[in-house]
Ligand binder design. Structure first.
Ligand code: FMN
Length: 394
């Protein structure tokens, strides 16, 4: 398959096929169907919350490119009087720098350096975006999900229920009919905040926040993903966090690392190394059970810069991945010569003849690790743990 894939890569670099998942299925017999928060999506590549999902134009570009889903920028919760306990997170900071980051293992990757935090415009503007997100999702154009940072109390303090209630109910109303999908962000800046220094406090948040949000939503069903931070503790604590967050529907693992000396969050290979190490251990210990009722499903994030990295997250149990940095690279970094950055990223992540997801899945098939079912290789088989066993119904 190498030669046809190389030709396809070359051709698609001048214009990505309109329905990339259908193209991959037809050309290679690969079913890329993935899941995010229980929604079925055509492939696993979505956009993580951040500066690239602030307005309808950005969403429209992503829909046209064929991204599987997009998570809106994180909004800071407020109560009916407009008071925000996490107001310090709503600072305005426009300037981002895309930089090389040298990892501990010697590999050079990319990171975006930015000192801003959450949504810095009025809540009503965010609600207008959520209205568009609900419409995009219901029309089947692209699953688009709001993200919130709510009040996080000290150990002996109560949660500010008014803030949870007001924000959740307004989001639900703006979203419109059906379940409300929501990501709750425990952001990377938080990891650098004194509040996050106490393990018991962090674990309490993870145990109690899902209920706070569901109670606040009243009768409206919420599909809740917790985006876990990389805390400033060891891998064991990351696993404790996953256990504590067991009542969420999904866990997004894990947000960026914290560089204490420069006071900035960062990514690159250090981030994917850590995330994958913890996810693999969690998998061995059966902390999360994707596809099995009762355990939160997993979504990966961090340094998804090639199809090989997508494959690593999938084999560690992630039903989809959230990307950010790859959409901000200099144009010269993408092999494609045409299209939006979202299209160029999809092109290389899926079709690169050596580093792409299709190439990686075909290689697993050739090695006898991944097996066809009804004639097709399936992305979700990678996450469901059936890789490594013959399934018998190929
Ligand atoms: C500039 C920037 C802003 C971000 N803002 C948010 C945010 O508001 N909420 C959030 O949950 N994650 C935020 N993230 C994290 C990304 O969604 C993503 O999970 C993380 O950067 C790891 O993916 P990457 O290595 O592909 O960038 C931000 C990341 C960057 C680089």
């Amino acid at each position: 398959m190498h030669a046809p894939l190389a030709r396809d890569f070359e051709r698609s670099g001048r214009g990505l096929p309109r329905d990339i998942a259908a193209h991959v299925r037809e050309a290679y017999g690969i079913d890329l169907t993935a899941r995010y928060l229980g929604y079925t999506v055509p492939h696993p590549l979505g956009k993580g919350s951040g500066q690239l999902s602030l307005n309808v134009d950005q969403l429209e570009t992503d829909r046209e490119a064929g991204l599987a889903f997009a998570v809106l920028k994180t909004v800071i919760a407020e109560d009916e009087s407009g008071e925000r306990s996490m107001g310090a997170w709503a600072i305005r900071e426009a300037k981002m720098r895309v930089e090389r980051r040298h990892a501990a293992d010697g590999r050079d990757g990319w990171t975006v350096t930015w000192k801003g935090r959450g949504w810095d415009r009025p809540f009503d503007d965010y609600l207008a975006l959520v209205r568009a997100a609900g419409d995009l999702t219901r029309s089947g154009a692209m699953l688009t999900v709001p993200s919130v940072k709510y009040h996080l109390p000290g150990l002996d303090e109560p949660f500010r229920e008014a803030e949870y209630r007001h924000t959740t109910q307004r989001l639900a109303k703006a979203w419109g009919e059906g379940d409300l999908p929501l990501e709750k962000d425990f952001s990377p800046t938080l990891a650098g905040d004194a509040l996050a220094n106490e393990r018991a406090r962090v674990l309490r948040w993870l145990r109690e926040v899902p209920d706070q949000i569901r109670v606040a939503a009243g009768p409206r069903p919420v599909r809740l993903a917790l985006k876990l931070m990389n805390a400033r503790f060891d891998d064991n604590f990351q696993q404790e966090m996953m256990k504590a967050a067991a009542t969420a529907d999904s866990l997004v693992c894990f947000n960026r690392l914290w560089d204490a000396s420069a006071s900035v969050a960062y990514g690159g290979w250090d981030l994917s190394e850590r995330n994958l190490r913890v996810l693999r251990r969690a998998r061995e210990e059966r902390l999360a059970r994707p596809g099995v009722a009762g355990g939160p499903a997993l979504v990966g994030t961090g340094n998804v810069c090639s199809g090989r990295v997508v494959l690593d997250y999938a084999r560690a149990g992630c039903e989809s991945v959230e990307l950010h940095t790859i959409f901000q690279l200099p144009l010269t970094e993408y092999p494609a010569t045409a299209g939006s950055r979202s299209q160029r990223a999809l092109h290389t992540l899926l079709l690169h003849p050596v580093e792409g997801l299709v190439a990686g899945m075909l290689e697993l098939e050739a090695a006898g690790v991944l097996h066809r079912k009804a004639g097709e290789l399936r992305y979700l088989d990678l996450c469901a743990g059936s890789v490594g066993r013959a399934t018998g119904d190929s």
